[in-house]
Every structure is written in structure tokens, then in C-alpha cells.
Ligand binder design. Sequence first.
Ligand code: ASP
Ligand code: MG
Length: 406
Amino acid sequence: MARIVMKFGGTSVADIERIRKVAERVKAQADQGDEVAVAVSAMAGETDRLVAKVDQVGQLYDLREYDVVVSSGEQVSVGLLAIALQDLGVAARSWLGWQIPVRTDSAHGSARIEQIEIDEIVRRFAEGQVAVVAGFQGLDPQDRITTLGRGGSDTSAVALAAALGADRCDIYTDVDGVYTSDPRIVTRARKLERVTYEEMLEMASQGAKVLQTRSVEMAMKHRVRVQVRSSFQDGPGTLVVDEDEIVEQAVVSGIAYSRDEAKITLLKVPDRPGVAAKIFGPLADAAINVDMIVQNVSPEGDQTDLTFTVGKADLDRAVQVIKEKCTDLGYADILADANVVKVSVIGVGMRSHAGVAQQMFNALADKGINIQVISTSEIKVSVLIAEDYTELALRSLHTAYGLDAD
Ligand code: ASP
Ligand code: MG
């Protein structure tokens, strides 16, 4: 007997027919004698509709009320799934975040889970009951309803698995696993049998939208074995696990990309102490995240160009902040470019292999692709290139690192 958390996303519960299919999968798991908790998202498109309604009422709204509204999609889907399970003769009941409760902090709209009371759910496991838990929602210290940020049901599921000490957390979704690159672009992308937490974390934050980044952080911290698998077809998915569970580690496991980058260049910035602080301070105050940064040495020792990236949605605001707050800085001009993409090569094997970055630069040079900005971490090399070259870059790198399917 195992203890399993199953998570179904919005597309898996998009209509009643699919909810019945989910119920059958849950029943099959429970029929094996396993203890089963199911975390569920709102039906596809529902949360978007709720967010749009809130936007319609007011621009500067109370985030506590936003959470009351947008958390309601999950209330519908858990109720429907519990009924569908009961129809199949499975003892099941729904649990809303506040009923468990799932305790979070008070950061409405993107709250963090702090603790989950599992005693009652575990007691009912012993009676053969399946727990159908609303994802995405929790309760703050003031007993107000919170939500965990878009895509937050992944995190609900992993947190539940951690609290329950589950043997596995199966994330059922519309793809059948984690791929070496985006299969819609790289047709020879392969499904990974296993991937490490760290690689998955980089892939999630570099734009591979299979799992919410926070859920991977949570899984890594609590060593929850996560499996990403398809809700529409059988067969194993991808296991996200600890590094020592991977026997033959490839040097590079995946090529990710993010179109959500925009580049800002400040020309002829004075080269003296305190300048970076003067530029990035106001951006941080405006809650604008800066990702990649490059600064050159100045040819004459007094002026240099500075390039950095921000999220595409923040580009105009970032330029405005700099124009307004950096008036005494004395730069020559500011250039903005939204037609860029960040391409990242990811693999824990890089820690012990030299030359991975060089291979990337060669492959891009062979195709005549110019690299605008480079950044690296222990297990990742990222480059910023013109957006028009996204497909070409991904395919060439995929081949260069020997990742292509036969
Ligand atoms: N329903 C929420 C959303 O659409 C949470 C989730 O699906 O994970 O963001
Ligand atoms: Mg999702």
C-alpha cells in the first residue's frame, strides 16, 4: 500500500466528461489499496474568467477580495469530482483550503503555504476515504482566504504530498512528461525518464511551463518524488527526483527558452562606484525584476555601456523609471528592444564537465546567430539572441548536444 497525491490541472477537468475520466483514474489508484488525496485546479479557463471579472469591477482592488473571487473556481471542480467519484462507488469528499486548513502567509494573490493540518484526512484514509482537495487556495493568519499565484495548484499538490509524507506526487497534465526541449518547436525532442529537482527548477523558471516554479522548490526542499504524466493517455511520465537517483546523467538535459525577456541598454554610463546601485535601486523599488546584466570595461576608463533584461511586460515601465529617476546619472541614451529571446542550456552534468558553454557558442556561431548577452550558473548557460532565431537556435543546440531522438 502506498500513499499517493494525484493532481489534475484545468484541462484535465475541463468538462464533465473529463471529470468522469479523472474519477476513473482516481478509482483505479484507490482500488490498488493506496491511500489517495487528489488536488484539483479549476476547470480550464475558469480562473481567467474570474480574474477578468475582478478587473472589470475596479482597477485598484482589495487583494483579499480578489482571492475570495478567484479561489471559487476550485470549489466547483472539487465538488464535481467528489460527486463523480461517489457515482463510481468511491467514498470521497471534497476539502476546501480553509476546511483542512492549508495555512499560508498573508501575501494575497501569491501566498506561501506554511503548514497543512493532515490529521483528519489521514484518519479518513484509514476508513478508505479519498480526499479531494481544492488546489490554489489557503487560509491566512487572519482567517482570510488566500490564493497561491497562477498555476498554484501544483504547489498545493506538492505541499500536500510533503505534509502527508506521500510516496509520490503525480501531476496529471496535458503533456505526457518533461521534454528535452519544447516539442512544438523541436520535433526531435525526447521525453526525459528522469530529471533532477535542480534541472526542473531551471527549466520551470526558464519558461518551460510544465510545473509552477514554486512547486519544484517545494518538492526539492521536502524531497517529494514528483511524476509529471498525461491525464489523457497511460504510460509513465517523467520523474523529478534527487540527483543520486539518476544513474546515467547526461551533461545537458534540456534546452529551454523564454520569450518573456526585453533588453535595455544605457549608452555611455559613467564608470564609477555607485552607478549600478543608482540604476537598479529605483527598478527594485518599482518591483521590476532584472534578470541578465552585462557591463563592459570602459575604453577610456570613464564611460561604458550597460545592458540588462527585464520581463517584457515591464519594459515600458522600466524605461520610464530610468528616465525619471536617473536624471543625474548622465548617460547618453537609452535603448529598448523587445525582440529578444533567452535560450538556456541546462544540465547538472555541467558541474563536472568543461566546454559546455563553448559548444553552445560554436553551435550558434555556425548558424550565424549573434549572442547579445550571456549569463551562467552552475548548471545553466543562458544567452540572449534576436527573437527571430528562436527556432533555429533551439534545433541547432538540441542537435549539438546530442539530444535528438533517433
Ligand atoms: N486555477 C488556478 C490557475 O488557473 C490554479 C491552477 O490552475 O493551478 O492559475
Ligand atoms: Mg497548471
